[in-house]
Design a protein around this ligand. Structure first.
Ligand code: GLY
Length: 369
């Protein structure tokens, strides 16, 4: 894998490339002034670490800081940022550049989708999770008090620039969240990538640029292929929600604090594997491989790793998780739907699972050692 890697998302007139760059300075030639008025929305933490380098590479671009954290994915922040864009002279001919993780990417994408009825935008993801998942595919949204990502649009970026060397300063917990999404992508579509992750000698204390570059590119290739076939999630794009039904319930139960998305997704994948096995789709040996893989990358795999499950006022019980899973976007009518696996590397379209089975599965899950 070289830093000149290019992966394309084939969507007719909305096709674009995900391009790998060795350094921030390489953005200069990719986003030159001839492409017109541009405003970058930059995560405050990223600005502190790399703001100077980004400004040097993009001297013609105006920078607006976005507070780090999920609270920036709100209508309040959307309105504030839209007003700041107007003040900065943005017009229908302007374009936005998202520099940050999923929060900045989703906020910028949504704003670009609706500002003056839609302007172009570019993604420069700075977290592993944003590189492998949220910056690719054009899903954008803000949160409501009643749930995450409940208001948004599909708006594809014009380009995505991945600079893997930025990951060197990413906190280990955040890096692991990206690994969780990369594992998900491999599990749903690519048994050979799962094998490669199983065989890799992972050492959390060592920054392994080659590994992260290769892994992210492999995951992006899979996602690009899925999005090209099903942009609006009418069928196979739903595979990418593997592990997310329980994950969203865990995040809601913890009020989107304490537990990071990728951590909740790791526990959700472990549960979806258990459910797949209980329903006779997945072999016990594949289930064990999934558990071992998540463990190898030091991800949480038990409910008790991320939420309080013992008795007490803050304990989250199986019926409570069931109730939270019922508000998932994938559901139709009252049935809770799950993406399950029939083998490592093979996902099945979402299917309803009966409450009784889910309760029994959650109880078994709670007993896992
Ligand atoms: N994050 C799932 C998707 O983009 O479809």
């Amino acid at each position: 894998m070289s830093s000149s890697t290019k992966i394309s998302v084939a969507l007719d007139s909305r096709s674009y490339n995900i391009e790998y760059l060795a350094a921030i300075a390489d953005l200069r030639t990719r986003l030159s002034p001839v492409t017109g008025h541009a405003i970058a929305l930059i995560d405050a933490n990223v600005d502190r670490l790399y703001g100077k380098a980004f400004r040097k590479a993009l001297p013609h671009v105006e920078f607006l800081r976005i507070a780090a954290g999920e609270r920036s994915k709100s209508f309040l922040s959307l309105e504030k940022t839209a007003n700041a864009l107007v003040k900065a002279g943005a017009t229908r001919a302007s374009r936005l550049i998202a520099i940050g993780g999923g929060v900045v990417g989703d906020l910028t994408g949504f704003l670009a989708g609706v500002f003056m009825r839609g302007i172009p935008f570019v993604q420069v993801p700075t977290t592993l999770l944003a590189m492998v998942d949220s910056s690719v595919g054009g899903k954008t949204a803000v949160n409501l008090a009643s749930g995450k990502n409940l208001v948004g649009v599909f708006h594809q970026p014009q380009a995505v620039f991945v600079i893997p060397s930025l990951l060197e300063t990413l906190p280990p917990r955040e890096l692991k969240c990206g690994l969780s999404e990369a594992i998900k992508t491999a599990l749903i579509a690519d048994a050979s990538l799962v094998l490669a992750m199983e065989n890799h000698s992972y050492d959390a204390r060592r920054f392994d640029l080659d590994f992260l570059t290769n892994l992210s590119a492999a995951a992006i290739r899979i996602k690009a292929d899925i999005v090209a076939k099903d942009e609006k999630e009418e069928n196979i794009r739903a595979y990418l929600n593997f592990g997310h039904t329980l994950a969203h319930a865990i995040e809601a139960a913890t009020h989107y604090r304490d537990v990071l998305h990728g951590e909740a997704v790791a526990v959700g994948q472990r549960f979806a594997a258990l459910l797949s096995r209980r329903l006779g789709l997945l072999s016990p040996s594949d289930e064990a491989r999934i558990q071992a893989l998540l463990k190898k990358y030091q991800l949480p795999i038990r409910l008790g790793d991320v939420i309080r499950t013992q008795t007490g006022s803050r304990a989250v019980t199986p019926p409570k998780l069931l109730e939270l899973m019922r508000s998932d976007k994938k559901n139709q009518s009252n049935a809770i739907r799950f993406v399950l696996l029939s083998a490592i590397g093979r996902a099945e379209l979402p299917r309803p699972v009966a409450d009784k089975e889910l309760l029994a599965s959650l109880k078994e899950f709670l007993l896992l050692a």
